[in-house]
Design a binder for this molecule. Sequence first.
Ligand code: ZN
Length: 289
Amino acid sequence: MVITLVRRAAAVCVLATALAACATTRPAQQQAPRPAPSAPPSPSPPPTLAPGPSGLTPVFRNGPRTGDRTVALTFDADMTADQGPRAAAGEHFDHPRLIATLRALKVPATVFMTGRWAEEYPDQARSIGRDPLFEVANHSYSHYAFTGDCYGLPTVSADRMRTDVERAYAVFREVGVPDPKPYFRFPGGCYDRTALKELTPAGVTAVQWDVVGGDAFATDAEAVAQQVLEGVRPGSVVVLHCTRSAAPTTERAVRRIVPELRRQGYSFVKVSELIAAANGRAERPTLEP
Ligand SMILES: [Zn+2]
């Protein structure tokens, strides 16, 4: 199956996070290149976490628990490298109505897209990528696992991990996504120290989550909504899916989740804004003086 059982993945992530001693949140300002004095002002680069111990790829799980009531909805646009025949046979791995609902409700969101998904749906990938309401992040090219034993997914060998991530960025460029973010979500949320080490040269921040929507293969939108509403705290990252065939209730769940969280005083932000807040930066990037 394409979308993994994220409920179990969350438990795996907790363990993996502990083993990897990750999610450090040191300020990133030291790494930001300063423009030459004569250069015109340009927007700050997207916020990232500083590398973990031994230079390992840093792992982000949630934003600060204090301060503003912000929450980031994230949507994994899953399609696996070997699912082309299923798409050709009529299976819908996209979910345009979900994207339309997010636009209608004016909900910022981060879409973790596989390269294979962007190849199959280039117009949608470009449209999402060009809409300032959204940001596109990387969910690998193939949606193969970066560890062994990850819910039956085929596995990427260590020496091909970086290539798989960079191939997805190459597809994003080809289809016209102008500004994909340096954030990477491991397929199935499965990672270990080897995976974090192999991805160090890619310069990405790995993004996990603290709230599992449970929308994969769900048939009850209200149950998905309840699970999200019970799990959200300030700074939460919620994982949901942008794949009609495997997560058919997500759009209805979102229509229930969004007004209720707003009623509770939450505002929706993108992952980049939570990472900026974790780094102690302003949520809205400012220009260099
Ligand atoms: Zn996925």
